[in-house]
Design a binder for this molecule. Structure first.
Ligand SMILES: Cc1cc2nc3c(=O)[nH]c(=O)nc-3n(C[C@H](O)[C@H](O)[C@H](O)COP(=O)(O)OP(=O)(O)OC[C@H]3O[C@@H](n4cnc5c(N)ncnc54)[C@H](O)[C@@H]3O)c2cc1C
Length: 266
């Protein structure tokens, strides 16, 4: 992709938000694919090439192991987690997946306030305060201006800071984040708080990390782009723009293109 301007990916933080929240993205996909074709809460435990195609093994909602046979599979779970599956794609592919095994820690806390004091008192309407504290970024809502309540992202941190907060109980995370935020916004940051919700991505099952940065020049990355037998890989880590949703779309496109070319020439 060509950008007619220089982007510093570390510092850039775009603030477009889909109406209805992030969940709407996958909900529209489910609607397009057909609800009856989507199995939720059914973790995959194995993906194996067969002479006729591929067999995917998963644990159904009732706890039973089930299998689906297909011509091809496109797998898009985090790369490191796939290495725990029963597979027969061989040690080379496993080693290539291992390059993406470490998911970076990241954390966020949502602080819900009964008033929007940052708007009323400080004239802050959206945007981010970049701190040198363990909070890293404090993020104000860019919607619902002037309404009664509002939600501030009290920290959005990575690395050691993310681990520090992750190792606390949710209430402790809240107390610490508020204690720090009071230094910026004063006592209302504590007294107006209604509730909080926090996530530590490296502790979320089936994700176990915020993102993985591939070395897109490595031969193993290129090897995975070719797929393994009847299995193709996707997910943002399988693109040049890891850690961004459009990287996930991009990787999906790569996989579909490879599959399409193969089917049309076979
Ligand atoms: C804190 C944070 C902030 C971000 N901010 C932005 C942002 O502002 N803008 C942006 O564009 N991107 C952002 N991203 C990145 C964005 O979330 C990812 O790029 C995107 O979600 C990747 O999509 P994906 O489909 O590749 O992977 P994922 O969304 O990670 O999906 C992988 C799926 O695989 C499932 N899975 C795992 N194991 C199994 C199994 N055994 N069986 C079945 N399913 C399994 C998981 O449950 C998960 O649903 C952010 C990410 C984080 C963590």
């Amino acid at each position: 992709m060509y950008f007619p301007f220089e982007i510093n990916w570390e510092q850039s933080m775009l603030m477009f938000q889909p109406k209805g929240g992030m969940d709407t993205t996958y909900e529209y996909f489910v609607r397009a694919i057909g609800k009856q074709n989507v199995l939720l809460s059914s973790p995959v435990t194995g993906v194996e090439n067969t002479t006729r195609g591929v067999t995917v093994t998963y644990t159904a909602r009732n706890g039973r192991s089930r299998q689906i046979d297909a011509d091809f599979a496109i797998v898009s779970a985090p790369a490191g987690l796939m290495r725990r599956w029963a597979t027969n794609w061989g040690p080379d592919v496993d080693a290539a997946l291992g390059e993406f095994a470490v998911g970076a820690p990241a954390g966020k806390i949502g602080l819900q306030y009964r008033t929007r004091f940052w708007e009323d008192d400080h004239r802050i309407f959206g945007g981010i305060t970049e701190t040198d504290m363990d909070l890293a970024h404090v993020w104000y809502p860019s919607y619902g201006y002037g309404e009664r309540k509002g939600l501030v992202v009290g920290y959005y941190n990575t690395g050691t800071n993310a681990r520090t907060y992750a190792d606390m109980a949710p209430k402790q995370r809240e107390l610490r984040a508020v204690e720090q935020g009071v230094k910026i916004h004063g006592e209302k940051y504590r007294t107006e708080l209604e509730s909080s919700f926090s996530v530590a991505w490296h502790k979320v099952p089936y994700i176990e990390g915020a993102w993985a940065y591939p070395n897109t020049q490595s031969s193993r990355f290129k090897q995975l782009q070719q797929g393994a037998g009847n299995v193709y890989f996707a997910g943002d880590w399988m693109s040049e723009i890891s850690a961004w949703q459009h990287g996930a779309f991009w990787a999906a496109r790569y996989a579909v293109q490879a599959l399409h070319t193969r089917v049309m020439t076979s």
